[in-house]
Design a protein around this ligand. Structure first.
Ligand code: G3I
Length: 314
């Protein structure tokens, strides 16, 4: 039978999955990940609190493990992420303002250089926007204002000119105040010659609520000359999941995959986690779950079949 990755590759796209923590030691998960997917995003292993828990002291072991797994299965890696207000070690928030820029540049340079040549794309900036389209206030805006984005992207580019450099966020999949803010920012960065290469649409959806303006939104970013990737797809359902909600979920997955295929600059779709059992959803949204293509026993759901069909399979 055809696999998701063989179908995606025939379309010149990738199909990815997130792996984190003990997932790389679970044979059921790794065998599915390695056969069905051709892109990996480490869920936590490349975040600042893991890679530089103390100023100047780096820990790349957990991320290296994920990269080794990917390479052993001929999968590429999306690096996630370099600059984010969350999972940021306390020492960064405690720095005097005039030391934040130096710490950010050192962090980016050291991490990107460590993984140079092994990372297809970096989420350089993660989740920088408020829902109203303004920039979130955090250690980076406090120290550098809006300029931190350009500085971070340029710093990453200097360390690995071949990686595609992304801004990644949630609730920017359709046209709304937040994606409008990002669109203006992207235009401004590109006009300054900043080497921004892509926009990551996380795509943490609620079943039946994929925005109808998603395709148009992807097309407007692509028209700026940017890649537009689906980076963290899942589609949560109120538990227990009914058969009609699972069917709607299959339709949602198909819609997202078709939207990507309709946009030349969409390089691929990544799901957040492999199966329902390893999803972050039940822990964060109590009463919700069943958000992925595989059930709690790693059996393919209707969403899997719909994804395969949307990718051109039977
Ligand atoms: O490592 C500790 C462990 O020692 C401890 O026993 C355990 C008890 O709670 O916590 C472990 O840390 C957890 C960590 O994941 C590793 O498993 C944190 O509590 C938990 O908050 C953290 O959650 C991660 C979350 O980001 C944090 O923001 C999720 O795994 C990860 O899937 C999620 O990913 C984010 C993306 O980076 C950005 N977009 C949204 C997405 C979903 O929230």
């Amino acid at each position: 039978a055809s696999t998701l990755r063989s179908l995606a590759e025939a379309q010149n796209r990738y199909i990815g999955t997130e792996l984190t923590g003990n997932m790389v030691n679970n044979a059921t998960i790794t065998s599915l990940a390695g056969t069905q997917f051709d892109m990996v995003t480490p869920g936590n292993e490349m975040k600042w609190d893991t890679t530089e828990p103390r100023n100047g002291s780096y820990n790349f072991g957990p991320g290296d493990n994920v990269v080794s797994f990917a390479q052993a299965h001929t999968m590429r890696v999306r690096g996630h992420n370099l600059v984010w207000h969350a999972q940021l070690p306390g020492w960064v928030n405690s720095l005097p303002r005039n030391q934040v820029q130096g710490a950010m540049e050192a962090h980016i340079t050291t991490e990107v250089n460590h993984y140079k040549g092994k990372i297809y794309a970096w989420d350089v900036i993660n989740e920088p926007f408020n829902e109203d389209g303004s920039l979130r206030q955090d250690a980076f805006t406090n120290a550098m204002g809006t300029g931190y984005l350009a500085d971070a992207i340029r710093t990453a580019h200097n360390a690995d000119p071949n990686a595609v450099l992304y801004i990644n966020d949630y609730n920017i999949e359709g046209e709304n105040a937040k994606s409008n803010g990002l669109y203006s920012l992207a235009q401004s960065l590109l006009s300054q010659g900043v080497p921004l290469g892509g926009i990551g649409l996380e795509s943490h959806f609620i079943v039946g609520q994929v925005p109808s303006s998603m395709l148009a939104n992807m097309q407007r970013f692509a028209a700026l000359g940017l890649d537009v990737a689906i980076t963290e797809l899942d589609d949560r359902i109120q538990l227990p999941a009914s058969s009609s909600s699972l069917q709607q979920q299959a339709n949602d997955y198909a819609t997202v995959v078709k939207d990507c295929l309709a946009v030349t600059r969409c390089p691929g779709v990544s799901q957040w986690g492999v199966g329902d059992a390893d999803s972050w959803i039940p822990g964060t949204f109590p009463g919700y779950g069943a958000a992925s293509m595989y059930d709690n026993n790693y059996q393919p759901k209707s969403a899997y079949n719909a994804t395969a069909t949307a990718l051109g399979g039977p």
